[in-house]
Design a protein around this ligand. Structure first.
Ligand code: NAD
Ligand code: MG
Length: 383
């Protein structure tokens, strides 16, 4: 029986790499559902090649084009964000890969968990915004959440065979991004083009900017807290510019396990698909002669204020991470449209954190309201 996989966000960086994994193992995996936001041409091409049961285009204006292009094939075609939530509940789906970007991933992920679908989680914003709620939901529905983010996959791989071993510390590595060595003065003038050039990873635009500002690492601390049940004090961030050590776990006897490999997201994606097994892969291997140096340094919370703001949000808890996430989505989009400076992003996030209504014990409806309130506030602050 082939594992039937629904890919939410199949046209993105993670989505297309997931399809490469499926293509490499046609005996094991099948794409059951493919979805996209706007890129209808690519979705059509993917559907013709992988022949899924259903496709969804979130942007309803593209529905007719999609429907017509696939009219000769027995593929169900849907549109709209509600369709994303419905399609993941299909009884034939064995796993849902959440490879959408941003807050939009939260609702379909909740629907998939309620339908008892194991989640391969790339969409970290889901755990940033509503980690506690997602954990409860996964617990009640006995649904596993398997990490796809490379650092969390690394930790997860280090924990194989250590089910009852207490964790002393999780050590998340960070590349430091393209501006690791920049002064504050230099950071004030960086452009979108510079920020979009990540030294080690090729990813979607939003996460690439988050990596340059180190907000991504703040989000990953939150993600680790919810995935591995550790306290924030037990999570250390270490800058490792070569991106070879993907992350580490330190146990109570002081032993540290690390997972190493080339920076290639297909490995963590495949591990989430194949877990608890490891299967063959043709991805490039490390050539140790080219890795003469593996270096480690402390992150600088003064130059990378977003990381400091993320830590503050973790300590305040409640809906504060949701506030930071929504403000960050707004400023990153503005930065990508040259409407705000690189450092201006942190200013707006900080101001939004002090203005938005704080809630200590938010419900799902509260998160929805917070997200909407913060998007308004942040947009006003940018204008
Ligand atoms: P991307 O921008 O390349 O792709 C995003 C995908 O989501 C596209 O298919 C797009 O059509 C879809 N999408 C976007 N907005 C949507 C909406 N509102 N409704 C429905 N679909 C929507 O992004 P990516 O780099 O592939 O990242 C996806 C997720 O994985 C993010 O949460 C990111 O943080 C996480 N992640 C990515 C990487 C990476 O290497 N790219 C690594 C770790 C984690
Ligand atoms: Mg990561």
């Amino acid at each position: 029986m082939k594992k039937q996989i629904a890919i939410l966000g199949s046209t993105g960086s993670i989505g297309t790499q997931a399809l490469q994994v499926i293509e490499e193992h046609p005996d094991l995996y099948e794409a059951y559902v493919l979805t996209a936001n706007n890129r209808v041409d690519m979705l059509i091409e993917q559907a013709r090649k992988f022949r899924p049961e259903a496709v969804v285009i979130a942007n309803e204006e593209r529905y007719n084009q999609l429907k017509e292009a696939l009219a000769d094939l027995p593929i169900k075609v849907y549109a709209g964000s509600e369709a994303l939530c419905e399609v993941v509940t299909d009884q034939h789906i064995d796993m849902v890969l959440t490879a959408m970007v941003g807050y939009a991933g939260l609702k379909p992920t909740m629907h998939a968990i309620k339908a008892h679908k194991p989640i391969a989680l790339a969409n970290k914003e889901t755990l940033v915004v509503a980690g506690e709620l997602i954990n409860e939901l996964a617990h009640v529905n006995r649904t596993p959440i398997l990490p796809v983010d490379s650092e969390h996959s690394a930790v997860f791989q280090c924990l194989a065979g250590e089910a009852d071993t207490p964790i002393e510390k999780v050590i998340l590595t960070a590349s430091g991004g393209p501006f690791r060595t920049y002064t504050h003065e230099q950071l004030a003038h960086v452009t979108r083009q510079q920020a979009l050039k990540h030294p080690n990873w090729s990813m979607g635009a939003k996460i690439t900017i988050d990596s340059a500002s180190m907000m991504n690492k703040g989000f990953e601390v939150m993600e680790a807290k919810w995935l591995f049940g550790v306290k924030p004090e037990q999570i250390e961030v270490v800058v490792h510019p070569q991106s070879i050590v993907h992350s580490m776990v330190q146990f109570e006897d002081g032993a540290i396990k690390a997972q190493l490999g080339m920076p290639d997201m297909r490995l963590p994606i495949q591990y989430a698909f194949s877990y608890p097994q490891r299967i063959k892969a043709s991805f490039p291997r490390i050539n140790w002669m080219n890795c003469a140096e593996l270096t480690f340094e402390q992150p600088d919370l003064e130059r990378f204020r977003n990381l400091a703001l993320a830590y503050e949000a973790i300590h305040r808890g409640g809906n504060m991470p949701c506030i930071v996430n929504a403000a960050n989505e707004v400023v990153v989009e503005a930065f990508l449209n040259d409407r705000i400076s690189f450092l201006g992003m942190s200013d707006v996030i900080e101001q939004t954190m002090s203005r938005a209504s704080f809630l200590a014990k938010p419900s799902y409806e509260d998160y929805v309201a917070t997200d909407a309130e913060v998007r308004r506030l942040a947009a006003e602050l940018i204008h």
